[in-house]
Design a binder for this molecule. Structure first.
Ligand code: NA7
Length: 539
């Protein structure tokens, strides 16, 4: 084939990943724009995060009725959510239903991991290679790879000699794991460990939780959605979606302007107590406007939660070990739970502080810390992900002049709007670093990105343009802005996965954009309106 020739099998748009983002991107690109496209998916089914994370207790921390697509009124009216927070199988069913309903499956290639994505400057096209050596090319690439899809499994010496079974929560066996009669160890007390702990404890003979950093968790208060509640939600969907679209976090929460210092101590306690009963993210979002900005304000919420931990956990020594003190509340992704702290009152549950006595190795029999060896039959890694950049750097992406993404991001991720990377033309990153992404209700952020990207591709085609690329100076200015906004908050104080602190050696950069989904959406719309300001459009 000579330069400029495109074979039959080549695509207008290659989409990588069949989770929330990839499914919606496929629907828009194929059905609304009529372009030739294919989704490449590593798993053997749709669902992304909800395909892989099948660990016990896996459940969405956002409420079902707004953690869902808004693009189809028919879909939102016909789908029935069972409870306030849907469990993993239900969200997976929902995404499978979406794939069926919009006839997406024929254009998804499963069991296909993309290993390289190289730009061809002469043709303004991307060449993609799969793990099996299959090759294709596409004019545009949309990475819909998720933010939490590259697992972080700490490199403890000796794991290969462990005679029990071990699992990472992010690659849970489809057939499940039988914990009955087993001595189970769980490493990690992030959202995942906190969801899994009570469920595993209820089944296992004994559960040892290896905690490096205590976390602040608020009860979810999950409950079934009654037919009346469900009907009411369906009746009010227009308003609910509008509230999500115009809010800072993509949630339909009440807008709170009061500061923690605006009320008396007694009123503050009442507000926290009431919201503790409401449960979930509302505790943080609907209490005070300055919790993530002002340390003193934050400490009022942190102290309230610490008092709850002391009240719930009967053994004062265990309670003390569970008290988070090293980061302001909410500056790590706030977990929400069902009976997490209560679980430490069970006789078969033991908490081990691996900050004080770190894990030295995995032995044949279990886990050895500096102080002791814990014999285990099953070891669960709830140790999180190489967030946001991991999935992108995991593919060999090379842009213009074959520059590698890993060299462009040597000092941490740099993007323009979290949508494109200078030097990587025609490549779009859904919910990439530099966009609100993981700080928001993900489906809202995903829909905004997919809609912006597809409109952009539509614009290029209408104007006979074949190439779009972020300008260096626009990118530099955006990176500066993302970091400046983050520095105005308490977020960077925590050693969180938002700054890459959970992965040894990863550059410390606050990755998501904290300026708010509403502000960000408007900014992206203005950029497009002004002829894609900050991008070079060409032939
Ligand atoms: P997280 O939130 O990254 O939590 C991982 C946990 O694993 C956290 O408690 C870590 O402790 C712990 N961890 C990681 N590495 C180690 C080592 N080497 N030793 C001991 N403990 C370790 O991941 P999740 O899966 O819980 O949640 C990810 C997101 O999914 C969540 O935020 C939601 O958005 C959904 P650390 O705090 O780093 O000291």
């Amino acid at each position: 084939m000579t330069v400029n020739e495109v074979s039959e099998s080549d695509l207008d748009v290659a989409i990588i990943g069949a989770g929330f983002s990839g499914l919606y991107a496929l629907h828009r690109v194929r059905d609304l724009m009529g372009l030739k496209t294919r989704v490449f998916e590593a798993g053997d089914g749709v669902g992304g995060t909800w395909y892989w994370n099948r660990y016990p207790g896996a459940r969405c921390d956002s409420e079902s009725y707004y953690y869902s697509y808004s693009f189809s009124e028919e879909l939102e009216q016909e789908w029935k959510w069972s409870s306030r927070y849907p469990a993993q199988p239900e969200i997976l069913n929902y995404l499978e239903h979406v794939a069926d309903r919009f006839k997406l499956l024929p254009d998804i290639q499963f069991n296909t991991r993309i290993t390289s994505v190289h730009f061809d400057d002469a043709n303004n096209r991307w060449n993609l290679t799969t793990e099996n050596g299959e090759k294709t090319s596409a004019h545009f690439v949309v990475t819909a790879v998720g933010c939490l899809s590259t697992r972080n499994t700490p490199n403890f010496p000796g794991l290969d000699q462990f005679t029990g079974d071990w699992y990472h929560t992010g690659a849970w066996p489809h057939e499940g794991v039988d914990f009955s009669g087993k001595r189970v160890g769980l490493i990690g007390t992030g959202s995942t460990g906190i969801q899994a702990t009570p469920v595993i404890a209820a089944e296992a003979k004994h559960l040892t939780i290896f905690q490096r950093t205590p976390n602040f968790s608020v009860p979810a208060r999950n409950e079934p959605l009654s037919p009346e509640m469900a009907a009411d939600i369906k009746k009010n969907y227009k308003e609910i979606r509008a509230a999500c679209r115009t809010s800072g976090g993509g949630f339909p929460f009440a807008t709170i302007e009061r500061l923690a210092s605006d009320v008396t101590e007694e009123e503050r306690q009442k507000i926290y107590s009431d919201l503790w009963e409401v449960g979930g993210f509302r505790f943080l979002a609907e209490s005070f406007a300055d919790l993530l900005i002002d340390e003193e304000a934050n400490n009022t919420a942190a102290e309230f939660i610490r008092a709850k931990i002391r009240a719930i956990v009967k053994d004062p020594q265990v309670a003390e070990m569970l008290l988070p003190t090293d980061h302001p509340y909410g500056t790590k992704r706030p977990p929400i739970d069902t009976d997490y702290y209560e679980t430490f009152n069970r006789e078969n549950v033991e908490l081990v502080d691996v900050r004080k006595a770190p894990i030295i190795e995995i032995t044949r029999k279990g886990v050895r810390t500096k102080n002791a060896e814990y014999e285990l039959d099953v070891l669960v890694f709830a140790t999180g992900f190489d967030a946001m950049t991991g999935p992108l750097l995991g593919m060999d992406i090379r842009g213009s002049n074959q520059q590698t993404l890993s060299s462009a991001w040597e000092a941490g991720p740099r993007t323009y709007l979290g949508l494109q990377i200078a030097g990587f033309p025609n490549l779009f990153t859904v919910t990439g670093p530099g966009s609100p992404s993981v700080l928001t209700n993900m489906p809202v952020a995903i829909e905004q990105h997919v809609e912006w990207i597809t409109s952009c591709i539509g614009y290029l085609r209408e104007h006979g343009l074949t190439r779009i690329e972020a300008k260096d100076d626009a990118q530099e200015e955006w990176v500066r802005h993302v970091s400046e906004v983050a520095d105005g908050t308490l977020y960077p104080r925590a050693n969180s996965w938002y700054v890459g602190a959970n992965v040894p050696g990863k550059s410390r950069v606050f990755m998501p954009y904290v300026g708010g989904m509403d502000v960000y959406r408007q900014h992206c719309d203005d950029v497009a309106e002004n002829g894609y300001e900050g991008f070079v459009l060409s032939n």
